[in-house]
Design a protein around this ligand. Structure first.
Ligand code: ACO
Length: 378
């Protein structure tokens, strides 16, 4: 029997999941059975995480308990702060700092079990990102506050000030909209790590490394730069044509699974509209540029790549929304990780529940039949 050969594993199913379902043709995403727009329009991040982990929405009491459990794991030790300070001083990107911070987060921790690891990892991600950013600004980190919700506390730790309700709501929508998305590359990495019966902190570290790449979670920073360029030049069409003529891809467009517009783009677009309307500086201009650019780019892409519908993916409006919420573009990918870590953890637990070591094969296309040549004869 020949092994099936599937580069990129397109269309290959390697796990069963109850967490999220993507319909790429219909442009639909369900998280634990709930359409993403319903969930992202209503849930707090803590409710979303509870739902992912438990398969149902929490009662008011469960929500309060779970919020407190996550908040109890927000702190990071001096050793982790030292790593982040050094990473910031050396100008390392936020995703590298996050990888280092997560890897160090179990220092001084005596007991490690899956349930605590899940809460610790989810609780600590925003603290690591915010502390790194404060150091990058030449400032001291702001200690987490356990009376604030996950999203509000993240914004508070970044600036040292409580954010407006509109910003917190915008971030909350973002964190819920991107929390889980089938077996994407970083989630797959997490499951591979767990399948070896390694631990969930290691899974989170591997997943951060996977998310970092521009083909996955690294796109929204470049999207913002692109929109700022276009906003300044006022020439969407010129930008798109120049990019495509240079053989480059347009960031924020196209998706491995969706053949229509990514449903999360719609959720994030609505949230970005609200945030831009309520922006304290009244600057809705970037949002307007984005919607106009989307229309122009989608039309040109249809001619450029016939037979493949290339529409906006999640990263496009992520850039506009996170900018409106006040997240610096250097932290866009790390903020994606702040949300997605819950998906990674839920998948890790699901993998453990019914584990089989992930061990695909590779088709060998190298040399055969060679024999050893002593060094003096080479
Ligand atoms: N701009 C221009 N052309 C594109 C784009 C794009 N954004 N995306 C795909 N294409 C073209 C490819 O060049 C290819 O054309 P060809 O057949 O003439 O060579 C065709 O569409 C099919 O592309 P694939 O590489 O098969 O698409 P794949 O499923 O591997 O790629 C991906 C999906 C990586 C997201 C791709 O669309 C891309 O690079 N987009 C830009 C980067 C981006 O936005 N990344 C964020 C993704 S969302 C996320 O992961 C959270």
């Amino acid at each position: 029997m020949t092994d099936a050969h599937a580069p990129g594993l397109d269309g290959v199913s390697v796990a069963e999941t109850r967490l999220s379902r993507i319909d790429g043709e219909a442009g639909e995403l369900l998280v634990r059975g709930y359409p993403i727009d319903d969930l992202a329009g209503n849930a707090t991040y803590e409710e979303t995480v509870f739902l992912l982990l438990n398969g149902r929405l929490p009662t008011a009491e469960e929500r309060a308990d779970f919020r407190a459990e996550l908040a109890a794991h927000r702190g990071i030790g001096e050793e982790v702060l030292a790593v982040l300070e050094r990473a910031a001083r050396e100008g390392k990107p936020a995703m590298d700092a996050l990888r280092m911070g997560v890897a160090a987060a179990t220092l001084g921790v005596e007991e490690q079990d899956s349930e605590t690891d899940v809460r610790r990892v989810i609780g600590v991600f925003p603290t690591i990102v915010a502390a790194y950013w404060r150091y990058r600004q030449g400032r001291e980190p702001v200690a987490p506050r356990d009376d604030l919700r996950h999203a509000a506390n993240y914004l508070y730790m970044l600036t040292g000030e409580e954010a407006s309700d509109s910003r917190v709501d915008g971030l909350e929508t973002y964190l819920t909209a991107v929390v889980d998305h089938g077996l994407n590359a970083s989630t797959f990495s997490a499951r591979v790590v767990v399948s070896t019966e390694s631990d969930l902190v290691s899974a989170a570290t591997a997943a951060v490394g996977t998310l970092k790449g521009p083909l996955h979670g690294g796109a929204p920073g470049p999207v913002l730069e692109m929109l700022r360029d276009v906003h300044e030049s006022g020439d969407s069409e010129g930008y798109v044509r120049e990019t495509l003529d240079a053989g480059e891809r347009l960031m924020g467009f196209g998706h491995r699974v969706y053949r229509v517009r990514d449903p999360r783009a719609a959720v994030l677009e609505s949230a970005a509209t609200r945030v831009s309307e309520e922006r304290e500086d009244g600057d809705a201009a970037l949002f307007e540029t984005a919607t106009a650019f989307e229309a122009t780019a989608t039309g040109i892409l249809a001619d450029h790549v016939p037979g493949r519908r290339l529409e906006t993916n999640v990263e496009f409006y992520t850039a506009v929304l996170l900018d409106g919420v006040g997240i610096p573009k250097e932290l866009f990918s790390a903020t994606f990780a702040v949300s997605r870590v819950a998906g990674w953890m839920a998948h890790g637990l699901e993998q453990l529940d019914d584990n089989r070591l992930v061990r695909p094969t590779a088709r060998y296309i190298g040399e055969t039949g060679r024999s050893w040549t002593p060094i003096e004869e080479r």
